[in-house]
Design a protein around this ligand. Sequence first.
Ligand code: SF4
Ligand code: SF4
Length: 389
Amino acid sequence: MGFSTGNTFCVIMKSTFDCNLNCSYCYQKGVSKGSSYPRMMPLLIIKKTIEKFRDAGYKRLELQWIGGETTLPGIKYFRDIFDLSRMYSDNSFQVFNRVQSNCTLLNESWFSALSDFSDVFDLSISYDVYLDYFETIQEMPEKKSRLIFNKIENNIDRLVEDAVDFGVLVTVDLERNISPREMFDKLIQKGIRKIAFQLNYSHVFDFGISSKGDLYIDFLKEMFKFQYEHNLRNVKDKVYIRESLYLQRYIQSNEYSASSCHNHASLCNSYMWSIDTNGDVYGTCDSFVRNFDDKVESIIIGNIAVESVEGIMFGEKHQRLQEVFFNLRNESKCLKCSFYKFCNGGCPVYKSENNSLETFNDKSGYCNYMRKYFSLIENEDVNFFHSAI
Ligand code: SF4
Ligand code: SF4
């Protein structure tokens, strides 16, 4: 029996930090590619990760592959991972892989793997939706970015044609004059039915200092409305938007616990870690892997190549990090906040100014974003999406 809040543990795995694109919004742009790290995670580390979580008694291990461009190490590498996942899965323990990719390298071998390994593998695509936006964020010659964008579009069409169950992650840039109607229609016309939005990180901090962030809330409201209208008309072909799904879960769950990692009732590091290419274990999501300046040491809690899951879980470093997370989540300001019942004190790292694991003030962009996002729950205009999912 596993010792976290459940029987499932999620590990964000770094296959590589290398990437074949150059997205200006990438949160890992400044990450050290230091020579002390393997360029790609050795299979031995992956094997040990699986074995150690099995030995710790978990029933399900979800390996979320996030790069760099995850697929760069190639299809053979991933076929080996999928084979391992199958080999270790039985009635008492299952391994499942979720691969996040920019979709540029998908080819016939990948399409075959999607069908051969659908029991242990699914896919999420980072998608910029518009060619002119893609061109803006890639610092590369126009001709090249056009070719690449066409490849992405064609690969998405192929996934739809093959009836692959995939989702897309769309970064929303407030500098652009986005028409939610146009974007929704394009996504639907392409056959995409699972959508997650991510506000460009540089804009999250706008929430604390200006009303510019409100544009994102308005954007979401419009998207929820279109989702509702679509789903009423197409009960057998519904569209799912992650951000509305979260709100619905907040409303439905009596304990206000089923939601995103930021607001889950349990501390994220009791059910999610990240593992770097050298086996270093971070007690956070991958946003902070090699990406945390002087605080980085405090969130590295062990190394999976040399320690057991129990050893890391009950080790001093993990316990100290949990203490810090717990106290930051339960600051007096949060405990008095009317949104605490949904927010649970939020992400301890993001909510502090400059992501510094310190207390926050009223200008915290993250906290101001959370308040506006949760206000949608009580906003009558938005309640229309309840029955649509
Ligand atoms: S560090 Fe923050 S964003 Fe990352 S998993 Fe934890 S709560 Fe979520
Ligand atoms: S909305 Fe802000 S003040 Fe309220 S619980 Fe969340 S982080 Fe704390």
